[in-house]
Design a protein around this ligand. Structure first.
Ligand SMILES: [Zn+2]
Length: 282
């Protein structure tokens, strides 16, 4: 029997943290992803203890896995700007700590931007090592691959390997592989041969056991366009065949997937989840 891939979507915390758990459950998700503060601002009010307890209890009662926290958009842990770096470090530490308090399984962040690649890599490694020393807990920190536009560091698996190699507490980090970003960075996930080559690279360069999560998004941009624009599953340039390969592959479908596809209405999430599940061959 095929073990079905675990699927979830990014849900809102507008109705509180527990409200996000309810929303994921109502959508029929196995797991879900959240932000733990306004992703477009720096201000963070503290999480209340009762809010954390309610979240953890509800998540356990509804048996949801995985729970993923995504870092806000503003931090850039690769930057040379001292002020932005300091703010990024504090936010990374604060949000990673929140993820651990919430007993999230994974904490995902984009390595950031720096036109001087090697310098950027050093900055990110330094930030991650400091945060891991400061913040205890069992949540795994995942580097997410990027589309590789304008100074984005992590368009290639080789860069992700360099980042991981610099981390002191290696057992506390892994990667989140975003299908849209990978396709835009030049990994052809629309075809079987492209997937086979990518899987081989994941094994050889990263180690498949380090790939803890997928972000499952179709791509509005073309192969190698470096354009980070997510599209509904099957409606972009990866297309249904690419996702059909993933959800039926005996190694890839052991790794959970979170959708970050466009959300104009709740029906969009329901439809994208149904499309993915419909691709699983019994
Ligand atoms: Zn993503």
């Amino acid at each position: 029997m095929i073990k079905m891939i675990k699927l979830g979507v990014h849900v809102s915390i507008a109705k509180g943290l527990a409200g996000a758990v309810d929303q994921a459950h109502a959508l029929g998700c196995d797991g879900f992803q959240i932000f733990v503060a306004n992703p477009r601002g720096w201000a963070r009010k503290p999480l209340a203890d009762n809010e954390i307890e309610l979240f953890k209890n509800k998540r356990k009662a509804l048996n949801l896995w995985p729970v993923v926290v995504h870092l806000a958009y503003l931090p850039n842990p690769a930057t040379d700007d001292p002020e932005l770096y300091q703010k990024s470090l504090l936010t990374l530490a604060e949000e990673f700590n929140r993820a651990n308090l919430l007993e999230a399984d994974f904490f995902v962040f984009h390595p950031g931007k720096n036109k001087a690649r090697q310098k950027g890599i050093e900055r990110v490694i330094n930030a991650v090592n400091l945060v891991l020393e400061k913040v205890p807990g069992s949540t795994l920190m995942l580097f997410e691959n990027q589309a590789g536009a304008g100074g984005e560091l992590a368009g290639s698996l080789e860069t992700l390997r360099e980042l991981i190699a610099g981390v002191g507490q290696a057992q506390r980090v892994g990667i989140c592989f975003d299908t849209c970003h990978a396709f835009a960075a030049g990994y052809d996930l629309s075809r079987r041969q492209g997937w086979e080559r990518t899987l081989e690279d994941l094994k050889r360069i990263i180690g498949i056991e380090k790939v803890k999560l997928f972000h499952l998004n179709d791509s509005l941009g073309a192969l190698g366009s470096h354009s980070d624009r997510h599209q509904h599953i099957g409606a972009g340039n990866i297309g249904l065949a690419g996702f059909e390969y993933l959800v039926n592959h005996p190694e890839l479908n052991q790794i959970p997937g979170i959708l970050e596809t466009p959300q104009k209405s709740r029906d969009d999430d329901l439809k994208n989840l149904a499309v993915l599940r419909g691709l699983v061959k019994s």
